[in-house]
Design a protein around this ligand. Structure first.
Ligand code: COA
Length: 175
């Protein structure tokens, strides 16, 4: 059964394969598509530290909030990742929300995003969150379905500054 774990060296090779896969297919979250693979290979510990830079007790710079990255893995295989923002700021309240996720292209349509969101919601509950915001592009049919299966209640469809697509905001009650 896949689990969410902190990013670590154990999944380095599989993670790098997943980044190559995403970049070759052009399908993934924005940062995945722009990761510099030779640089990640050169200094993976620095990348791991970068992923963990906003975890408490770190005090994030202006405009950022405490957050954590977790990887969905099974054994040594990296399947995908989630980001959990511990609080919202004005921008995240509009767009981004508390939880973001991505499944590597070769492992999609197997229920992993549904599982990743469920596990991320368990983690959010542990963090003391009672209500979680999740957003997606209106035309991201997979993500919409994942959120709706995760009991997301639609707040509405919105446009936000500096983003060209219409987005949907959903709230998930954890209490
Ligand atoms: C969106 C994404 C996370 C879905 O991951 P996934 O592991 O394929 O999702 P699941 O297998 O859990 O599928 C959940 C549901 O969505 C449906 N679904 C998944 N991808 C779909 C697609 N492209 N079009 C239509 N439905 C889709 C599945 O059929 C399933 O529905 P069902 O349970 O009724 O059969 C994945 O495509 C991805 O990582 N995309 C790039 C990053 C991204 O968009 N992240 C979300 C940002 S908001």
């Amino acid at each position: 059964m896949p689990t969410l774990v902190p990013p670590s060296e154990r999944h380095r090779a599989s993670f790098l394969d997943a980044v190559r896969e995403a970049q070759q297919t052009g399908s993934g979250l924005g940062d995945t598509l722009t990761f510099d693979i030779p640089e990640l290979e050169r200094d993976f510990p620095a990348f791991l530290a970068h992923l963990r830079r906003f975890e408490p007790p770190a005090v994030p710079p202006e405009g950022f909030v405490n957050s954590e990255s977790l990887w969905l893995v099974e054994g040594d295989t990296y399947l995908g990742r989630v980001s959990i923002r511990h609080t919202l700021n004005a921008r995240l309240r509009e767009f981004g929300g508390h939880i973001g996720y991505e499944i590597r292209p070769g492992q999609r349509r197997r229920g992993y995003a549904t599982l990743a969101l469920r596990l991320a919601l368990e983690r959010a509950r542990e963090l003391g969150l009672t209500r979680v915001l999740v957003t997606c592009d209106v035309d991201n049919a997979g993500s919409r379905r994942v959120i709706e299966k995760g009991c997301g209640v639609l707040e509405g469809e919105f446009t936000v500054p500096d983003y060209e697509r219409v987005i949907r905001r959903y709230w998930i009650e954890l209490a």
